[in-house]
Design a protein around this ligand. Structure first.
Ligand code: 4AZ
Length: 243
């Protein structure tokens, strides 16, 4: 089967559901750096995580995405950059290296920041800025994006890129304090959240003097879109120098 058809089958449409409260991104030029990270298995693209192109050959993603799939990513990892529906095999770029932040903890998901290096440069495009100051972003709104599952417990990925605008929750809902490390930031509202497969994608703050900054990486959560349990994101600021 051609890759196009295969992806259409794999990421089958579910028009009733959304990345939990999101909308379809129709204009990929708005987020040309949004990246799908996956592997090619017997000619088929298997989505693993989201990512963000931050320089010509580097894609920011979650460390846990790499930790879980390291061997396969090194063997047959690819990314699709700037496509609302990853489909055209010609535009897949191979992954040449994977990196996990040295202070990442698989147990706590502290510093859940990783990066994949591309075998060749991505087509020249805009990239979001990295945050230049540490901030709580309390009371502000950020965008989340991904092809993740459309509802908690679903195994169905979205065939289209979805986006939701979510409030930063400086209190981190009702998570036990010991679960939230200083490298984490929470965002979400009941009915609006990231979900499985959205991991690795960006938490974007666009009302800054620098335009859009990628302030977080989608990391984990207690279910999806539940009241009192916002999505948890790895802060990019503490990983800035490492990137
Ligand atoms: C995941 O498993 C995941 N609701 C990502 C984000 C959230 C939950 C799960 C946040 O990749």
């Amino acid at each position: 089967m051609p890759l196009v058809a295969v992806i259409a089958t794999l990421l089958s449409a579910n028009d009733l559901s959304r990345i939990v409260g999101g909308t379809v991104v129709t204009d990929q030029q708005r987020v040309p750096y949004m990246t799908a990270v996956g592997i090619v298995d017997r000619g088929r693209f298997m989505h693993i995580c989201g990512g963000t192109l931050i320089s010509s050959r580097l894609v920011l993603t979650a460390a846990h995405c790499i930790a879980v799939h390291r061997e396969r990513l090194l063997e047959s990892g690819v990314v699709f950059i700037g496509q609302t529906a990853p489909s055209d095999a010609k535009s897949a770029i191979n992954i040449s290296q994977v990196h996990i932040h040295p202070r990442f903890s698989e147990a706590s998901l502290h510093m859940d920041v990783g990066a994949v290096r591309l075998a060749h440069s991505a087509p020249k495009t805009r990239t979001p800025a990295l945050p230049s100051v540490d901030s709580t972003y309390a009371g502000r709104y950020a965008s989340i994006l991904g092809w993740g599952t459309v509802a908690e417990g679903s195994s169905l990925l979205s065939h289209q890129l979805l986006e939701a605008v979510v409030p930063v929750d400086a209190e981190c809902g009702r998570y036990a304090a010991e679960l939230i490390t200083p490298s984490m930031i929470c965002a979400g509202a009941p009915g609006k959240d990231a979900c499985q497969g959205d991991s690795g994608g960006p938490l974007l703050m666009c009302d800054t003097p620098n335009g859009c900054e990628v302030i977080g990486v989608t990391s984990w959560g207690n279910g999806c879109a539940r009241r009192d349990f916002p999505g948890v994101y790895a802060k990019v600021f503490p990983a800035r120098d490492w990137l």
